[in-house]
Design a protein around this ligand. Structure first.
Ligand SMILES: *[C@@H]1O[C@H](CO)[C@@H](O)[C@H](O)[C@H]1NC(C)=O
Ligand SMILES: *[C@@H]1O[C@H](CO)[C@@H](O)[C@H](O)[C@H]1NC(C)=O
Ligand SMILES: *[C@@H]1O[C@H](CO)[C@@H](O)[C@H](O)[C@H]1NC(C)=O
Ligand SMILES: *[C@@H]1O[C@H](CO)[C@@H](O)[C@H](O)[C@H]1NC(C)=O
Ligand SMILES: [Zn+2]
Length: 492
């Protein structure tokens, strides 16, 4: 035992610069030759899938730029005690790839509202606008600017439709599927973001549009009860009141609407009821699991409060409910908080949410047939998040860079993390001249350093990837305007 260990240690000290991971197989050139031989064979034998999609599952990683995919992949591997760089995520298993140009018509770097409108309606619009074209500038111009979405089109085609997110269901990315506002903050009629004057001028809040105008939606899972409850009604779980000043309890209104139409329906607000729900018994399910956004995955697991299902569980349940329709379905699944953790310069929560989002994609791939189901994964925009610094293979992704090829670390000879941001609240007030101590960079609340001090870290402006498999997925190709994604409806 001891001799085996010492042989390994000697071997690893001689052959690798880092003994935590074993990449001895990578030294052999045959490995790389074989890899490409198999890949080319696979490509040569690939059959074009020219079917018309019966079902579509669209996964949106909010803020999931390519640097997040890379760092998230490494983290996913390291969670399994592998070095991480060679890990294969579920999204990268999809066959086809394109790049999406994310700018809004009036913004070089986009927000989630304008981008969601682009990939959900097929028309680019202004920053902060939801479900309306660029003509919408105030409450009076909304009516003539409304756009239909992929959700509407799927519904017209007789399909079932569902929305799953980890944010408030009224947040920008899901909202562009069903609502029309020029200003994304109009989530509830709260007298602040949507005033009485706005209401008189024709603006309707996002939550009421979901309940009043979209009664066909079969599955709605996410957070954000506060936007549906009046200010004198207490949510039984969070013990907090709603935001609404119009006295409407939209959750009760939803139940009333469903009852009137004799729809087999269920409202739920906790994981136990969610797990007990028999998908065959209900065609319309509204599940709101948090007063506000749902928890980050890191926090959900740690508290094990069991109030919230995971995004994997929500994806699975949604497909079970939707797939009963012989005409097929469209399901939108958003990993919505990758973005929000990045805004806090908190890479750990962003990447934990990335990993579970990727696992939800894996779950769906086990449940659907790619013969008749188009699976698309993309992001709305990137973040100013980077991974770099010549760390050795297998270096802990949240760790500091301990050796470099390029010699001295800096003028001050200090260490630094591989992950960093261009801007954000963790921007340094002055140049750090000491090492980062106590391994704090691997702690869950650590905020990676940023160059420019801002209140919040910002989105990034570069392209994001579109991954796709299934019917006519090969038509996702090249570098395209983000709005093009929605037009694959022509193929459904
Ligand atoms: C990884 O290693 C740690 C420490 O040895 C161990 O606690 C953990 O269970 C391992 N995880 C996996 C997925 O093997
Ligand atoms: C609720 O909204 C009504 C209508 O604007 C207002 O009069 C009342 O003060 C609000 N109540 C609370 C608790 O904010
Ligand atoms: C930081 O740590 C490195 C490696 O342990 C060491 O070489 C260097 O001198 C330290 N720098 C400072 C400023 O203490
Ligand atoms: C940091 O972590 C390493 C490896 O896990 C450990 O050897 C070292 O003692 C830790 N240092 C501190 C200051 O906690
Ligand atoms: Zn954002």
């Amino acid at each position: 035992m001891i001799s085996k260990l010492s042989i390994f240690l000697t071997f690893c000290l001689i052959y690798y610069s880092n003994c935590n991971v074993d990449w001895s197989g990578d030294i052999k050139r045959e490995k790389w030759m074989d890899y490409s031989r198999e890949l080319i064979e696979k490509f040569l034998n690939r059959k074009i899938n020219g079917n018309v999609a019966k079902n579509v599952v669209f996964f949106l990683g909010d803020g999931m730029g390519v640097s997040t995919v890379t760092a998230g992949r490494i983290w996913k591997g390291q969670l399994q005690n592998r070095s991480g760089e060679e890990e294969i995520t579920n999204m990268e298993k999809l066959d086809h790839l394109a790049l999406s140009k994310t700018y809004n018509i009036d913004a070089q770097t986009a927000d989630s509202a304008g981008t969601a409108t682009a990939f959900e309606t097929g028309v680019k619009t202004r920053i902060r606008a939801i479900g309306v074209d660029g003509n919408a500038i105030d409450c009076k111009t909304i009516e003539k600017s409304k756009l239909e979405s992929i959700l509407d089109w799927a519904h017209y085609a007789g399909k079932s439709v569902g929305i799953v997110t980890t944010t408030r269901i009224t947040h920008a990315s899901p909202a562009a599927l069903y609502a029309h506002v020029h200003e994304r903050d109009m989530e509830a009629y709260d007298g602040k973001k949507l005033t009485e004057q706005d209401y008189e001028d024709g603006c309707r809040d996002i939550a009421s549009q979901l309940i009043d105008d979209n009664q066909f939606i079969n599955v709605i899972f996410g957070g954000g009860k506060r936007k549906f409850l009046p200010n004198n009604t207490i949510d039984p779980i969070s013990k907090r009141a709603g935001d609404r000043i119009d006295g409407r309890n939209l959750l009760e209104d939803w139940k009333t609407n469903m009852k009137k139409q004799n729809k087999k329906h269920k409202y739920l607000d906790n994981r136990q009821e969610f797990l007990n729900l028999n998908s065959n018994e209900f065609d319309h399910v509204l599940g709101l699991f948090n007063w506000d956004h749902m928890e980050y995955e890191s926090d959900r697991v740690r508290t094990s409060s069991d109030i919230e299902p995971s995004i994997i569980e929500m994806t699975e349940k949604a497909i079970q409910i939707l797939k009963k329709n012989p005409n097929g379905y469209l399901l939108f699944v958003e990993g919505g908080r990758i973005d929000q953790a990045h805004h806090n310069n908190n890479a750990r929560r962003a990447l934990d949410d990335f990993v579970v989002f990727d696992d939800a994609i894996g779950k769906s791939l086990k449940m659907v047939s790619l013969d008749n189901t188009l699976v698309v994964v993309s992001a709305d925009h990137s973040h100013v998040f980077t991974i770099g610094g010549y760390a050795v293979r297998g270096n802990p992704i949240f760790g500091t860079v301990i050796t470099t090829e390029s010699g001295k670390l800096s003028k001050f000879d200090t260490d630094f993390t591989s992950l960093a941001y261009t801007n954000g609240a963790s921007g340094l007030d002055k140049i750090r001249t000491e090492n980062i101590t106590n391994n704090k960079t691997e702690q869950i609340n650590y905020q990676q350093e940023a160059l420019i001090k801002l209140d919040y870290e910002t989105h990034g402006g570069e392209e994001v990837a579109i991954y796709a498999s299934g019917p006519m997925a090969y038509l996702f190709d090249g570098t395209v305007e983000q709005s093009h994604i929605a037009h694959h409806r022509a193929l459904q």
